[in-house]
Write a protein that binds this ligand. Structure first.
Ligand code: C5P
Length: 231
């Protein structure tokens, strides 16, 4: 696979001009962008349509957690924008994941990814909301439910990728945010948490945000990620 399709740059910006400036600076090298709730809310769907019209793939990170009817509507709206990926919360349960997958069927290029336990949540946070299992157990439970619901993949931190890949097999996409840029030496390219380590552990895609978008030279930072993925 062309490694450019495995690297998703998160456009976490609070205005459209900054986001479009980053896309311009990255040029043809970067093929895949993540648009989250902040940028979608300030810039609106036209920004997403503009990216798709330029031939970019878009991961619309909506993190849906709603009644099934509303989740289905949001997934259809995302599909109509031409995006390639949309996220739904696994914690919302099988019915909302199934509703998302059913709604996505009308858009052959659209993949529904389930978010298991957000990386900021600790075992204590889970206890507070009445979940006695550890975060790791909860991640695996929700990942299995996502698979049964027909989700095309999961969002997982670099820590979880290997366990998920071995539990779920080769099929699901595993998209991994929270990676850190490698340093210059080959050894640094494979330390835990780098894009290369995440891909080696079984991730299909990595999400890189500020390490590229806030670099003095975003294109050079993107190239560093890309070259680091070539074994
Ligand atoms: O940290 P960075 O700027 O690379 O974050 C890019 C994206 O990855 C963010 O939009 C966020 O949704 C996600 N992320 C995450 N867990 C982390 C760090 C980032 O889900 N620990």
């Amino acid at each position: 696979m062309d490694t450019r399709h495995q690297i998703i740059v998160a456009l976490d910006c609070d205005d459209r001009a900054t986001a479009e400036g980053i896309v311009d600076r990255l040029g043809g090298e970067c093929r895949f962008y993540k648009v989250g709730l902040e940028l979608l809310t300030v810039a609106g769907p036209d920004l997403v349509k503009g990216l798709v019209a330029q031939g970019k793939e878009v991961f619309l990170d909506l993190k849906l957690f709603e009644i099934p009817h509303s989740v289905a509507g949001a997934v259809r709206a995302a599909g109509a924008l031409g995006v390639s990926m949309v996220t739904v919360h696994g914690m919302g349960g099988p019915r909302i994941m199934t509703a998302a997958v059913d709604a996505a069927r009308a858009f052959p290029g659209l993949r529904v990814l389930a978010l298991t336990v957000v990386t900021s949540m600790t075992d204590e946070d889970l206890t507070d909301i009445g979940i006695a299992d550890s975060a790791e157990e909860q991640v695996l439970r929700l990942a299995r439910l996502a698979g049964k619901a027909g989700c095309h993949g999961l969002i997982a931190s670099p820590r979880e990728v290997a366990a998920l890949r071995s539990a779920l097999g080769a099929d699901p996409l595993i998209v991994t945010p929270g990676v850190t840029l490698p340093g210059g030496s080959p050894a640094e390219h494979v330390r835990p948490g780098t894009p290369r380590a995440a891909i080696a552990a079984g991730a299909s895609h990595v999400v890189v945000g500020r390490a590229v978008t806030r670099a003095p030279d975003p294109a050079a930072a993107f190239r560093l990620v890309r070259t680091s993925l070539v074994p």
